[in-house]
Design a protein around this ligand. Structure first.
Ligand code: SAM
Length: 451
């Protein structure tokens, strides 16, 4: 028996945050998760759902608001699923993120390591350099915006406070053009219609912008729109069409066709230039990426004669930023276009001590181990699911002096750290880096050293 029932109205004080940024209240020890409330607030709430071990609720009345509460700066906040923690001022967002990393490493992982203060942004808005904007036809108009939480219904928006200003201007412009030209828009339920997403990506000073039209089929109806767009936005140096005719939630399909200009944009990170194509991973927050990489390279404490493996390397950014201080860089990445970009990026920066391997880290690493590779430092930057167990086994087999782990998921980070710790690696304090202000996402960097 749970101590609460669905539709109960209760009063409690918010004790903590979940890793998703929801408030946690407890009734006789039974936790209930409530969005948009701050730690320390006394609230009246309604119970919405009751599971065996925890429930969900909705705040009905703030009895004592926290000093760190603010009115969400975005007017779409309560409808749109893009941001989750706007009622927390930036100081409280940092406290939530530090607390989440700390709980993961120390409470869940029992690793007993210090969590540093969050490396924060000076101005935590208008930072996203990549916008993946779904398109829908509703009530006689084409709408563009972002999905409501846990749905594929779009909130039609004119301005997003976390994406860069140039993206907001282009989004509005393209929406108007689509409406004027009565462009055919994809209907997910019927799997019919043409335009599915518009993806905008820009470099740090907006001197190069890429617009990608993701379409269900290869019909190209974009000539007029592109002409007008380039006249109004001469910084759009790349327009591509990506064909995705599958019934899927994955945004990009296999094939990308260049419609105008180049098929990439170029950005600079820590003095190195990087070509980025539409499907390649690239960190979304330029200012914070430089801080993150700087910290990662500082933790590696390179002397100049090291062999470095940069795995889950994307377009080669971390390794190439470290290449001046290393003897050799070996990159591993599973996306073909990213590997091609990485090779190109090495050339572009005059780096001749880098080589790249296409494939899964868990497989390529095994092969490199069997060939007798002997790295001194390994940079690891996996996706949210963390490292594959077979990759970790190979890593332990080659025994690098140092491993620098960059993670976008504190939960898989602690799992992998625990394994490496048990296999003889000491763990440095963990530094959270705020790559995604206003959202519940958290990036961290940590160094492991052979005992
Ligand atoms: C979080 S991103 C990091 C990329 C890069 N280090 C950076 O900072 O831009 C993770 C990368 O791992 C790649 N990836 C995902 N699974 C992989 C696997 N099993 N083996 C190798 N690379 C993988 C993704 O394509 C992506 O480029």
């Amino acid at each position: 028996m749970t101590p609460v029932k669905k539709n109960d109205y209760l009063t409690a004080t918010v004790e903590d945050y979940t890793h998703e940024g929801q408030g946690v209240v407890k009734v006789d020890g039974y936790p209930i998760f409530i969005p948009n409330v701050l730690k320390g607030e006394e609230i009246e709430f309604k119970v919405l759902k009751v599971n065996q071990k925890f429930g969900f609720g909705k705040s009905e009345k703030l009895l004592t608001p926290a000093a760190n509460r603010i009115t969400p700066p975005c007017p779409y906040y309560y409808e749109c699923g893009g941001c989750q923690i706007q009622p927390l001022n930036y100081k409280e967002q940092q406290a939530f993120k530090k607390g989440t990393v700390d709980k993961s490493i120390n409470r869940m992982g029992r690793l007993d390591r210090e969590t540093m203060d969050v490396m924060a942004m000076e101005n935590p808005f208008n930072y996203r350099n990549k916008s993946q904007i779904p398109v829908q036809f509703k009530d006689g108009r084409i709408e563009m915006g972002f999905y409501r939480p846990r749905s594929h219904n779009i909130v039609d928006i004119d301005n997003c406070i976390i994406q860069k200003d140039i993206h907001n201007k282009l989004m509005l412009f393209i929406k108007e053009q689509f409406n004027r030209e009565h462009v055919s828009v994809y209907d997910e339920a019927l799997h019919k219609g043409l335009v599915r997403h518009v993806v905008i990506r820009s470099n740090h000073d907006d001197s190069e912008v890429q617009v990608a039209f993701v379409t269900n089929g290869k019909k190209n109806i974009f000539s007029n729109i592109i002409n007008e767009m380039i006249e109004a936005f001469p910084m759009v140096t790349s327009v591509v069409q990506n064909i995705n005719d599958q019934k899927t939630n994955v945004i990009f399909g296999e094939r990308t066709i260049t419609l105008r200009g180049k098929d990439y944009i170029t950005d600079t990170l820590l003095g190195k230039d990087f070509r980025i194509r539409a499907k390649s991973f690239y960190q979304v927050n330029h200012a914070q990426t430089e801080k993150l990489y700087q910290k990662a390279i500082e933790l590696a404490d390179l002397k100049g004669d090291e062999t470095i493996i940069d795995t889950y390397c994307g377009i080669g950014t971390i390794g190439l930023c470290a290449s001046d201080k290393a003897r050799k860089i070996i990159g591993i990445e599973v996306v073909q276009s990213a590997v091609e970009d990485a090779k190109e990026n090495a050339k572009l920066n005059g780096v001749d001590n880098a080589e790249y391997h296409l494939g899964k880290s868990e497989q390529v690493m095994k092969k490199l181990v069997s060939e007798g590779i002997n790295p001194d430092v390994v940079f690891v930057d996996p996706p949210r699911k963390g490292c594959h167990p077979e990759f970790l086994e190979s890593l332990v087999e080659v025994q690098p002096e140092k491993i620098i782990y960059v993670s976008c998921n504190p939960s898989t980070l602690q799992r992998d750290l625990k394994y490496l710790n048990a296999e003889g690696y000491d763990i440095s304090p963990v530094t959270p880096v705020d790559m995604f202000p206003q959202t519940n996402h958290i990036e961290s960097v940590v160094m492991l050293e052979k005992q």
